[in-house]
Design a protein. Structure first.
Length: 138
């Protein structure tokens, strides 16, 4: 199969497939006499796998490790499970951080709304930023 057909089947762009090749996630395919890339079913499976685990939030370097595990005939589940647990812990921490950020934004909005009710409103966010001294200044 040529690259355009593979791209349509998997739902990736031609550039994404070339990017994966350049970064060692997909082996370089053989070329036809006309110098076109020629992909097989294994390449389709690899690209579908890359797309799926990328959707789970894995970075390219992590995907490379997963591909190495996938190439192992034993199909070890424990290392994959460990990576999934790490990824889940990262997501949970990001959610905690986002909730904190949401709380801070709500407080800032509440402060702005309160100030806007006044006739001579001054933005409390800008005022607070102007009154704050740089940390290294004394």
């Amino acid at each position: 199969m040529q690259i355009g057909i593979v791209a349509k089947k998997i739902g990736l762009s031609v550039d994404a497939i070339r990017f994966y090749e350049r970064n060692g996630l997909l082996p370089r395919p053989p070329r036809t006499q006309g110098n076109f890339r020629r992909y097989g079913e294994n390449d389709l499976e690899t690209l579908a796998f890359v797309r799926r685990v990328q959707g789970l939030g894995f970075k390219l370097s992590e995907i490379r490790g997963l591909l190495n595990l996938r190439g192992n005939r034993l199909l070890p589940c424990a290392p994959v499970r460990r990576r999934l647990l790490e990824k889940l812990a990262n997501v949970e921490q990001k959610l905690i951080d986002l909730r904190k950020l949401e709380h801070e934004l709500r407080l800032a909005l509440r402060s702005c709304n309160k100030e806007l009710r006044k006739r001579d409103a001054h933005c409390p966010i800008l005022r607070a930023a102007n009154n704050r001294k740089p940390e290294n200044a004394k």
